[in-house]
Ligand binder design. Structure first.
Ligand code: SF4
Ligand code: SF4
Length: 309
């Protein structure tokens, strides 16, 4: 068997940074025992709403070797998407969550991951990996925490001490051994700002979000109607919700501007009357390369109708 050329942490960090990733961490490909135990409890309480995919492929979430049998480690990458603009608050405008303001991050990050893989294969032709950007049966937040890129905040987003929580996470399961990153402590402390600010009480206890109550779920993944009891609680959120991250002191103190031009706002707010009369062709033309397309035209119309009812 041919001997393999070792890929060092430094090589990955340099290539990833050249490709626009802001954080790079390394974790051994161990089983996610505690994390999947939490996931199980969350599913048992039906906190996933209609996101049935969350309960599928449990074995892959538990053990990444069921995704890539040769897996030795997981590289967790983060790409900051924070831009300095704020929402306009105006009647008739629906707010879009920050992560969806610009071009679809999947399109950008998938492309960069392909380049990263090619570059690492140049160092070690036997390098194998499976890459994910918040799709697929991989616990991306858990890996970001295990790889030392931050801690899981009480709002269940990963927070980094230097940059806050406005970042996308990419996960590279691979067959290379690295020097592994230290995990960071939980710096939420006694803060409860996110829990107190959530208008629908979706953070039902520290580190637990009931999706059935979360505006983000209700306006995007939810395929049904929005229950009437949430009337007047949405604060004009049309697609997603940023409240718990907006109030987080780690974002207020440490948000760093993204260097990625593709995340500059295109769809920061959307006129509600425009959506009501939008055709399928208009929807496609406007949101083809935007994360907003995830809600589909029917979902967006439902949300606009709910905000104006
Ligand atoms: S995204 Fe909005 S609704 Fe969901 S937990 Fe955070 S503040 Fe609450
Ligand atoms: S708002 Fe406070 S409790 Fe919530 S995630 Fe941020 S630091 Fe943690």
């Amino acid at each position: 068997m041919k001997s393999r050329k070792k890929i060092t942490n430094q090589v990955v960090i340099e290539k990833a940074k050249e490709l626009g990733f802001d954080l790079v961490g390394f974790a051994p490909a161990d089983k996610l025992e505690i994390e999947t135990e939490h996931l199980k409890k969350w599913l048992d309480r039906n906190y996933h709403g209609t996101m049935e995919y969350m309960s599928r492929n449990f074995e892959k979430r538990f053990d990444v070797r069921n995704v890539l049998s040769s897996a030795r480690s997981v590289i967790s990458l983060a790409m900051n998407y924070y831009t300095p603009q704020q929402h306009e608050v105006q009647n008739g405008l629906g707010k879009v969550s920050r992560y969806a303001w610009g071009k679809d991050y999947h399109l950008i990050i998938w492309e960069r991951l392909e380049v990263l893989e090619e570059e690492l294969k140049k160092v070690d032709p036997a390098f194998e990996c499976a890459t994910y950007v918040d799709t697929g049966p991989v616990m991306d937040k858990a890996w970001a925490v295990r790889a030392g890129n931050g801690w899981m905040g009480k709002h269940t987003n990963v927070i980094n001490r230097e940059t806050g929580s406005w970042f996308f996470i990419a996960t590279v399961i691979n067959n290379n051994d690295f020097v592994y990153s230290e995990t960071v402590p939980d710096f939420c402390g006694s803060c409860t700002a996110c829990i107190d600010a959530c208008p629908t009480g979706a953070i039902v206890q520290e580190y637990v979000v009931d999706a059935n109550k979360c505006i983000s779920y209700l306006t995007i993944e939810n395929k049904g109607s929005i229950p009437d009891n949430f009337k007047n609680q949405f604060n004009n959120w049309l697609f997603g919700c940023d409240i718990c991250q907006d109030v987080c002191p780690w974002n207020n103190k440490f948000s760093v501007l993204s260097g990625e031009k593709s995340f500059e706002p295109i769809n920061k707010e959307i006129a509600l009357n425009e959506i009501s009369s939008m055709t399928a062709e208009q929807f496609k033309a406007r949101f083809e390369t935007s994360p907003v397309k995830r809600a589909k035209l029917t979902g967006l119309k439902r949300n606009a109708e709910f905000l104006t009812r």
